[in-house]
Write a protein that binds this ligand. Structure first.
Ligand code: PMP
Length: 392
Protein backbone atom coordinates (compact mmCIF):
# COMPACT_ATOMS: atom_id res chain seq x y z
CA UNK A 1 0.00 0.00 0.00
CA UNK A 2 1.27 3.48 -0.87
CA UNK A 3 1.45 5.71 2.17
CA UNK A 4 -0.45 8.94 1.85
CA UNK A 5 1.50 12.10 1.13
CA UNK A 6 -1.30 14.09 2.73
CA UNK A 7 -1.03 15.64 6.14
CA UNK A 8 -3.29 14.12 8.79
CA UNK A 9 -5.53 17.18 8.71
CA UNK A 10 -5.73 17.10 4.91
CA UNK A 11 -6.64 13.41 4.99
CA UNK A 12 -9.32 14.08 7.59
CA UNK A 13 -10.71 17.06 5.71
CA UNK A 14 -10.82 15.02 2.51
CA UNK A 15 -12.43 12.03 4.19
CA UNK A 16 -15.15 14.23 5.62
CA UNK A 17 -16.11 15.72 2.24
CA UNK A 18 -15.39 12.80 -0.14
CA UNK A 19 -19.03 11.80 -0.28
CA UNK A 20 -19.95 15.28 -1.47
CA UNK A 21 -17.17 15.64 -4.04
CA UNK A 22 -17.89 12.13 -5.35
CA UNK A 23 -21.55 13.07 -5.68
CA UNK A 24 -20.61 16.34 -7.40
CA UNK A 25 -18.42 14.52 -9.93
CA UNK A 26 -21.17 11.99 -10.66
CA UNK A 27 -23.86 14.64 -11.00
CA UNK A 28 -21.72 16.90 -13.16
CA UNK A 29 -21.22 14.12 -15.66
CA UNK A 30 -24.92 13.22 -15.69
CA UNK A 31 -26.39 16.71 -15.72
CA UNK A 32 -24.35 17.59 -18.81
CA UNK A 33 -27.27 15.89 -20.53
CA UNK A 34 -29.60 18.82 -21.41
CA UNK A 35 -32.63 16.65 -20.64
CA UNK A 36 -31.56 16.03 -17.07
CA UNK A 37 -33.66 17.64 -14.35
CA UNK A 38 -31.17 18.99 -11.84
CA UNK A 39 -32.22 19.83 -8.26
CA UNK A 40 -28.87 19.17 -6.62
CA UNK A 41 -26.62 22.14 -5.78
CA UNK A 42 -27.81 25.72 -5.35
CA UNK A 43 -26.51 26.77 -8.73
CA UNK A 44 -28.23 29.15 -11.17
CA UNK A 45 -30.30 27.60 -13.95
CA UNK A 46 -31.09 30.81 -15.75
CA UNK A 47 -29.00 33.74 -17.02
CA UNK A 48 -27.72 36.02 -14.24
CA UNK A 49 -29.77 38.96 -12.97
CA UNK A 50 -29.46 41.83 -15.45
CA UNK A 51 -28.72 44.20 -12.57
CA UNK A 52 -25.82 42.02 -11.46
CA UNK A 53 -24.03 41.99 -14.80
CA UNK A 54 -24.66 45.75 -15.14
CA UNK A 55 -23.24 46.40 -11.65
CA UNK A 56 -20.10 44.40 -12.43
CA UNK A 57 -19.72 45.90 -15.91
CA UNK A 58 -19.94 49.41 -14.45
CA UNK A 59 -16.84 48.71 -12.34
CA UNK A 60 -14.54 47.02 -14.83
CA UNK A 61 -13.32 50.20 -16.58
CA UNK A 62 -10.40 51.63 -14.55
CA UNK A 63 -10.51 55.33 -13.72
CA UNK A 64 -7.44 55.42 -11.45
CA UNK A 65 -4.02 53.78 -11.54
CA UNK A 66 -4.78 51.72 -8.44
CA UNK A 67 -8.07 50.34 -9.78
CA UNK A 68 -6.64 46.85 -9.88
CA UNK A 69 -4.06 47.30 -7.12
CA UNK A 70 -3.98 45.00 -4.09
CA UNK A 71 -7.26 45.49 -2.21
CA UNK A 72 -8.08 44.70 1.38
CA UNK A 73 -11.54 45.81 2.58
CA UNK A 74 -12.79 48.69 0.44
CA UNK A 75 -14.28 51.50 2.50
CA UNK A 76 -17.25 52.03 0.13
CA UNK A 77 -18.22 48.37 0.51
CA UNK A 78 -17.84 48.43 4.30
CA UNK A 79 -19.99 51.56 4.52
CA UNK A 80 -22.77 50.20 2.34
CA UNK A 81 -22.82 46.94 4.29
CA UNK A 82 -22.78 48.55 7.75
CA UNK A 83 -25.71 50.77 6.75
CA UNK A 84 -27.58 47.79 5.28
CA UNK A 85 -26.97 45.63 8.35
CA UNK A 86 -28.09 48.40 10.68
CA UNK A 87 -31.34 48.77 8.74
CA UNK A 88 -31.87 45.01 8.58
CA UNK A 89 -30.92 43.96 12.09
CA UNK A 90 -31.47 47.16 14.07
CA UNK A 91 -27.93 47.02 15.47
CA UNK A 92 -25.44 49.94 15.27
CA UNK A 93 -22.87 48.45 12.88
CA UNK A 94 -20.00 50.67 11.79
CA UNK A 95 -17.87 50.22 8.64
CA UNK A 96 -14.93 49.03 10.76
CA UNK A 97 -17.04 46.06 11.93
CA UNK A 98 -17.07 44.69 8.40
CA UNK A 99 -14.27 42.61 6.85
CA UNK A 100 -14.68 41.87 3.15
CA UNK A 101 -14.11 38.23 2.22
CA UNK A 102 -14.34 35.76 -0.63
CA UNK A 103 -17.93 34.79 0.10
CA UNK A 104 -19.22 33.13 3.24
CA UNK A 105 -16.53 30.46 2.83
CA UNK A 106 -13.87 33.15 3.25
CA UNK A 107 -15.67 34.76 6.17
CA UNK A 108 -15.96 31.46 8.01
CA UNK A 109 -12.29 30.76 7.43
CA UNK A 110 -11.44 34.24 8.74
CA UNK A 111 -13.56 33.65 11.85
CA UNK A 112 -11.66 30.41 12.53
CA UNK A 113 -8.34 32.23 12.11
CA UNK A 114 -9.37 35.04 14.46
CA UNK A 115 -10.78 32.98 17.30
CA UNK A 116 -9.54 29.42 17.41
CA UNK A 117 -6.42 27.46 18.26
CA UNK A 118 -5.49 24.02 16.94
CA UNK A 119 -7.41 21.34 18.80
CA UNK A 120 -10.30 23.60 19.77
CA UNK A 121 -13.78 22.14 19.43
CA UNK A 122 -16.45 23.74 17.29
CA UNK A 123 -20.10 22.77 17.65
CA UNK A 124 -21.96 22.41 14.33
CA UNK A 125 -25.63 21.74 13.54
CA UNK A 126 -26.81 18.40 12.14
CA UNK A 127 -28.33 18.34 9.63
CA UNK A 128 -26.23 21.22 8.40
CA UNK A 129 -24.05 22.40 5.56
CA UNK A 130 -21.50 19.74 4.65
CA UNK A 131 -18.50 22.07 4.41
CA UNK A 132 -18.23 22.97 8.10
CA UNK A 133 -16.55 19.66 8.85
CA UNK A 134 -13.83 19.71 6.17
CA UNK A 135 -13.14 23.39 6.79
CA UNK A 136 -12.63 22.66 10.48
CA UNK A 137 -10.41 19.63 9.88
CA UNK A 138 -8.30 21.61 7.41
CA UNK A 139 -7.24 23.96 10.22
CA UNK A 140 -6.84 21.36 12.95
CA UNK A 141 -10.15 22.06 14.66
CA UNK A 142 -12.52 19.38 15.90
CA UNK A 143 -16.13 19.41 14.73
CA UNK A 144 -18.63 18.37 17.40
CA UNK A 145 -22.11 17.68 16.01
CA UNK A 146 -25.21 18.91 17.86
CA UNK A 147 -28.42 17.50 16.42
CA UNK A 148 -31.32 19.77 15.60
CA UNK A 149 -34.75 18.58 16.70
CA UNK A 150 -35.26 15.51 14.46
CA UNK A 151 -38.86 16.44 13.58
CA UNK A 152 -39.06 20.23 13.49
CA UNK A 153 -35.34 20.88 12.87
CA UNK A 154 -35.51 23.61 15.49
CA UNK A 155 -32.44 24.40 17.57
CA UNK A 156 -32.09 21.84 20.37
CA UNK A 157 -30.50 23.72 23.24
CA UNK A 158 -30.00 20.56 25.30
CA UNK A 159 -28.05 19.03 22.43
CA UNK A 160 -25.88 22.14 22.14
CA UNK A 161 -25.30 22.25 25.88
CA UNK A 162 -24.36 18.57 25.88
CA UNK A 163 -21.91 19.12 22.99
CA UNK A 164 -20.02 21.84 24.86
CA UNK A 165 -16.83 20.88 26.70
CA UNK A 166 -13.95 22.89 28.20
CA UNK A 167 -12.34 22.78 24.73
CA UNK A 168 -15.30 24.41 22.95
CA UNK A 169 -14.38 27.74 21.40
CA UNK A 170 -17.10 28.28 18.85
CA UNK A 171 -20.69 27.30 18.10
CA UNK A 172 -21.91 27.62 14.51
CA UNK A 173 -25.56 28.32 13.79
CA UNK A 174 -27.23 28.76 10.41
CA UNK A 175 -30.54 30.54 9.83
CA UNK A 176 -32.25 30.42 7.38
CA UNK A 177 -30.97 26.87 7.49
CA UNK A 178 -29.44 24.73 4.81
CA UNK A 179 -30.82 22.08 4.18
CA UNK A 180 -34.08 22.44 6.13
CA UNK A 181 -35.23 25.96 5.22
CA UNK A 182 -36.05 26.70 8.86
CA UNK A 183 -35.66 30.25 10.24
CA UNK A 184 -35.08 30.55 13.99
CA UNK A 185 -36.85 33.25 16.05
CA UNK A 186 -35.27 35.75 18.43
CA UNK A 187 -36.54 33.74 21.41
CA UNK A 188 -34.33 30.82 20.31
CA UNK A 189 -31.27 33.09 20.18
CA UNK A 190 -32.05 34.58 23.59
CA UNK A 191 -32.24 31.09 25.05
CA UNK A 192 -29.03 30.03 23.26
CA UNK A 193 -27.29 33.14 24.61
CA UNK A 194 -28.12 32.04 28.13
CA UNK A 195 -26.68 28.58 27.50
CA UNK A 196 -23.47 30.03 26.04
CA UNK A 197 -23.10 32.60 28.79
CA UNK A 198 -23.51 29.93 31.45
CA UNK A 199 -21.12 27.51 29.75
CA UNK A 200 -18.51 30.23 29.16
CA UNK A 201 -18.61 31.06 32.84
CA UNK A 202 -18.51 27.42 33.92
CA UNK A 203 -15.45 26.68 31.78
CA UNK A 204 -13.70 30.00 32.34
CA UNK A 205 -13.38 30.49 28.61
CA UNK A 206 -15.48 32.58 26.24
CA UNK A 207 -17.50 30.54 23.78
CA UNK A 208 -18.12 32.49 20.57
CA UNK A 209 -21.00 32.20 18.16
CA UNK A 210 -20.61 32.21 14.39
CA UNK A 211 -23.88 33.02 12.69
CA UNK A 212 -23.75 31.72 9.13
CA UNK A 213 -26.33 33.91 7.36
CA UNK A 214 -25.84 33.68 3.58
CA UNK A 215 -29.58 33.03 3.09
CA UNK A 216 -30.64 35.90 5.36
CA UNK A 217 -32.50 37.80 2.66
CA UNK A 218 -34.17 34.76 1.14
CA UNK A 219 -37.30 34.30 3.24
CA UNK A 220 -40.89 33.53 2.37
CA UNK A 221 -44.24 34.99 3.50
CA UNK A 222 -42.59 37.90 5.35
CA UNK A 223 -41.09 35.57 7.96
CA UNK A 224 -39.11 37.79 10.33
CA UNK A 225 -35.38 37.42 10.68
CA UNK A 226 -33.41 37.84 13.88
CA UNK A 227 -29.66 37.45 14.07
CA UNK A 228 -28.14 35.98 17.22
CA UNK A 229 -25.74 38.95 17.02
CA UNK A 230 -28.56 40.90 18.70
CA UNK A 231 -28.87 38.41 21.56
CA UNK A 232 -25.28 37.38 22.23
CA UNK A 233 -22.52 40.01 21.91
CA UNK A 234 -19.76 37.44 21.22
CA UNK A 235 -21.18 36.78 17.77
CA UNK A 236 -19.63 37.09 14.34
CA UNK A 237 -21.87 37.05 11.27
CA UNK A 238 -20.73 35.63 7.97
CA UNK A 239 -22.55 36.58 4.79
CA UNK A 240 -22.34 35.98 1.07
CA UNK A 241 -23.96 37.60 -1.95
CA UNK A 242 -23.88 34.27 -3.77
CA UNK A 243 -27.33 33.15 -2.71
CA UNK A 244 -29.40 36.28 -3.01
CA UNK A 245 -27.78 37.07 -6.40
CA UNK A 246 -27.63 33.43 -7.51
CA UNK A 247 -24.01 33.92 -8.53
CA UNK A 248 -21.81 31.71 -6.36
CA UNK A 249 -18.92 31.90 -8.82
CA UNK A 250 -18.46 35.61 -8.11
CA UNK A 251 -16.76 35.40 -4.73
CA UNK A 252 -17.90 38.21 -2.47
CA UNK A 253 -19.10 38.29 1.14
CA UNK A 254 -18.10 39.54 4.56
CA UNK A 255 -17.54 38.86 8.21
CA UNK A 256 -19.30 41.29 10.58
CA UNK A 257 -18.57 41.84 14.26
CA UNK A 258 -21.56 42.25 16.56
CA UNK A 259 -21.69 45.92 17.64
CA UNK A 260 -22.85 44.72 21.05
CA UNK A 261 -19.40 43.28 21.74
CA UNK A 262 -17.61 45.06 24.62
CA UNK A 263 -15.55 47.94 23.20
CA UNK A 264 -12.12 46.48 23.92
CA UNK A 265 -12.87 43.13 22.31
CA UNK A 266 -14.56 44.84 19.37
CA UNK A 267 -11.46 46.98 18.82
CA UNK A 268 -9.16 43.95 18.99
CA UNK A 269 -11.16 42.06 16.42
CA UNK A 270 -11.47 45.05 14.10
CA UNK A 271 -7.71 45.51 14.19
CA UNK A 272 -7.06 41.81 13.56
CA UNK A 273 -9.32 41.32 10.51
CA UNK A 274 -6.91 42.84 7.98
CA UNK A 275 -3.73 41.10 9.18
CA UNK A 276 -5.54 37.77 9.48
CA UNK A 277 -7.14 38.22 6.08
CA UNK A 278 -3.61 38.49 4.79
CA UNK A 279 -2.35 35.60 6.90
CA UNK A 280 -4.91 33.17 5.52
CA UNK A 281 -3.71 33.84 1.99
CA UNK A 282 -5.01 37.23 0.89
CA UNK A 283 -8.57 36.30 1.84
CA UNK A 284 -10.02 39.52 0.43
CA UNK A 285 -12.39 39.56 -2.53
CA UNK A 286 -11.27 41.06 -5.79
CA UNK A 287 -11.42 44.77 -6.50
CA UNK A 288 -14.30 44.82 -8.98
CA UNK A 289 -16.71 42.84 -6.82
CA UNK A 290 -15.97 45.13 -3.89
CA UNK A 291 -16.59 48.28 -5.96
CA UNK A 292 -19.94 46.79 -6.97
CA UNK A 293 -21.12 46.13 -3.41
CA UNK A 294 -23.17 49.34 -2.95
CA UNK A 295 -25.14 48.27 -6.03
CA UNK A 296 -25.28 44.60 -5.05
CA UNK A 297 -26.79 45.53 -1.70
CA UNK A 298 -29.99 46.51 -3.54
CA UNK A 299 -30.28 43.47 -5.79
CA UNK A 300 -32.08 40.21 -5.23
CA UNK A 301 -33.27 37.14 -7.04
CA UNK A 302 -37.00 37.14 -7.83
CA UNK A 303 -38.43 36.19 -4.46
CA UNK A 304 -42.00 36.07 -5.80
CA UNK A 305 -40.98 33.51 -8.42
CA UNK A 306 -39.01 31.52 -5.84
CA UNK A 307 -42.09 31.53 -3.60
CA UNK A 308 -44.18 30.18 -6.49
CA UNK A 309 -41.65 27.40 -7.04
CA UNK A 310 -41.60 26.57 -3.34
CA UNK A 311 -45.40 26.51 -3.23
CA UNK A 312 -45.65 24.34 -6.34
CA UNK A 313 -43.14 21.77 -5.10
CA UNK A 314 -44.26 21.82 -1.48
CA UNK A 315 -47.97 21.45 -2.14
CA UNK A 316 -47.45 18.73 -4.76
CA UNK A 317 -45.29 16.70 -2.38
CA UNK A 318 -47.55 17.19 0.64
CA UNK A 319 -50.58 16.35 -1.52
CA UNK A 320 -48.90 13.07 -2.45
CA UNK A 321 -48.28 12.17 1.17
CA UNK A 322 -44.60 13.12 1.49
CA UNK A 323 -43.31 14.41 4.83
CA UNK A 324 -41.68 17.73 3.97
CA UNK A 325 -40.52 20.69 6.02
CA UNK A 326 -42.19 23.86 4.76
CA UNK A 327 -39.29 26.17 3.87
CA UNK A 328 -39.43 29.54 5.60
CA UNK A 329 -36.25 30.64 3.88
CA UNK A 330 -33.35 29.47 1.62
CA UNK A 331 -34.00 27.92 -1.76
CA UNK A 332 -34.07 24.35 -0.50
CA UNK A 333 -36.84 21.96 0.30
CA UNK A 334 -36.15 19.17 2.75
CA UNK A 335 -38.19 15.99 2.81
CA UNK A 336 -38.25 12.44 4.07
CA UNK A 337 -37.99 9.76 1.43
CA UNK A 338 -40.83 7.26 1.14
CA UNK A 339 -39.84 4.23 3.22
CA UNK A 340 -37.06 6.27 4.86
CA UNK A 341 -34.31 5.44 2.37
CA UNK A 342 -33.12 8.73 0.87
CA UNK A 343 -30.35 7.16 -1.21
CA UNK A 344 -32.64 4.53 -2.77
CA UNK A 345 -35.24 7.20 -3.56
CA UNK A 346 -32.64 9.48 -5.19
CA UNK A 347 -31.11 6.56 -7.12
CA UNK A 348 -34.54 5.55 -8.45
CA UNK A 349 -35.06 9.13 -9.64
CA UNK A 350 -31.64 9.19 -11.33
CA UNK A 351 -32.95 6.35 -13.51
CA UNK A 352 -35.60 8.82 -14.70
CA UNK A 353 -33.17 11.70 -15.24
CA UNK A 354 -34.17 13.55 -12.05
CA UNK A 355 -31.36 14.53 -9.68
CA UNK A 356 -32.02 15.34 -6.02
CA UNK A 357 -29.49 15.50 -3.22
CA UNK A 358 -29.60 12.48 -0.91
CA UNK A 359 -29.77 13.19 2.82
CA UNK A 360 -26.68 11.05 3.36
CA UNK A 361 -24.70 14.14 2.36
CA UNK A 362 -26.12 15.77 5.50
CA UNK A 363 -25.81 12.69 7.73
CA UNK A 364 -29.57 12.15 7.41
CA UNK A 365 -30.00 8.96 5.37
CA UNK A 366 -33.80 9.10 5.49
CA UNK A 367 -34.05 12.45 3.76
CA UNK A 368 -33.51 14.29 0.48
CA UNK A 369 -32.94 17.92 -0.47
CA UNK A 370 -34.38 19.69 -3.50
CA UNK A 371 -32.79 22.92 -4.77
CA UNK A 372 -35.48 25.30 -5.95
CA UNK A 373 -32.97 27.19 -8.09
CA UNK A 374 -34.22 24.83 -10.82
CA UNK A 375 -36.72 26.53 -13.13
CA UNK A 376 -40.50 26.16 -12.86
CA UNK A 377 -40.42 24.27 -16.17
CA UNK A 378 -37.95 21.79 -14.66
CA UNK A 379 -40.15 21.41 -11.59
CA UNK A 380 -43.19 20.74 -13.78
CA UNK A 381 -41.32 18.15 -15.83
CA UNK A 382 -39.89 16.37 -12.79
CA UNK A 383 -42.95 16.29 -10.56
CA UNK A 384 -44.74 13.36 -12.24
CA UNK A 385 -41.68 11.16 -11.69
CA UNK A 386 -41.12 12.33 -8.12
CA UNK A 387 -44.78 11.77 -7.25
CA UNK A 388 -44.82 8.44 -9.03
CA UNK A 389 -42.18 7.21 -6.56
CA UNK A 390 -44.01 8.79 -3.62
CA UNK A 391 -45.55 7.14 -0.56
CA UNK A 392 -48.21 4.57 -1.34
N1 PMP B 1 -22.95 28.47 4.49
C1 PMP B 1 -23.98 27.77 4.00
C2 PMP B 1 -25.03 27.26 4.92
C3 PMP B 1 -24.06 27.50 2.63
O1 PMP B 1 -25.08 26.77 2.16
C4 PMP B 1 -23.04 27.97 1.78
C5 PMP B 1 -23.05 27.70 0.29
N2 PMP B 1 -23.60 26.51 -0.11
C6 PMP B 1 -22.00 28.71 2.33
C7 PMP B 1 -21.98 28.94 3.70
C8 PMP B 1 -20.88 29.24 1.50
O2 PMP B 1 -21.32 30.29 0.70
P1 PMP B 1 -20.42 30.92 -0.45
O3 PMP B 1 -20.19 29.88 -1.48
O4 PMP B 1 -21.27 32.00 -0.98
O5 PMP B 1 -19.18 31.39 0.16
Amino acid sequence: MVRTVLSARAAEAKASIDRVTDFLARVQALTDDPDSLDFTFGNPHELPLAGLSAAIRAQTEPTTVDWYAYKTSERSAQEAIAAGLEAELGLPFEPEDIAMTQGAFGAIQLAFALLTDAGDEVVIPVPGWFCYEPMLHAVNLTPVPAALNPHSFDLDLDAIEAAITPRTRLVIVNSPSNPTGRVFPKAAWDALAEVLEKASRAHGRRIWLLSDEPYRRIRFDGVEFASPAGSYPWTLIDYSYAKVLLAPGQRIGYLAISPLLPAQERAQLRAACMPLGLAIGWGFPDAVMQYAVPELENLSLDLAELTRKRDRMYSALVGAGFEVTRPEGTFYLWGRAPGGDGAAFCDALVERGVYLMPGTLFDQPEHFRISLTATMATIDRALPDILDLGPR
